[in-house]
Design a protein around this ligand. Structure first.
Ligand SMILES: [Zn+2]
Length: 82
């Protein structure tokens, strides 16, 4: 269970991945959705969330691949003996 606090905390929207402050007085934003996405019909938001999850997965994978590529340099073709 999450503790209710009066202070704002940065949140990441589940649908679009945008960072937003929550709670903001007078804002319709929810804990999981920013003010733009909260007005999107639920069935479309589900699709947006699915795509957002896939993007996050791909971004993580890209970062891992980048790390792999930079930490293990490709063999220098001029130094490979035939
Ligand atoms: Zn959003």
């Amino acid at each position: 269970m999450e503790k209710a606090t009066s202070s704002q905390r940065p949140r990441t929207c589940r649908a679009c991945g945008k960072q937003f402050q929550y709670p903001v007085k007078g804002s319709a934003a929810t804990r999981h959705h920013c003010v733009e996405c909260v007005t999107v019909p639920a069935h479309l938001r589900v699709v947006a969330e699915r795509l957002s999850t896939r993007l996050a997965t791909l971004e993580r994978l890209m970062k891992r691949l980048q790390t792999l590529l930079t930490s293990t340099p490709a063999p220098d073709p001029t130094k490979i003996k035939s």
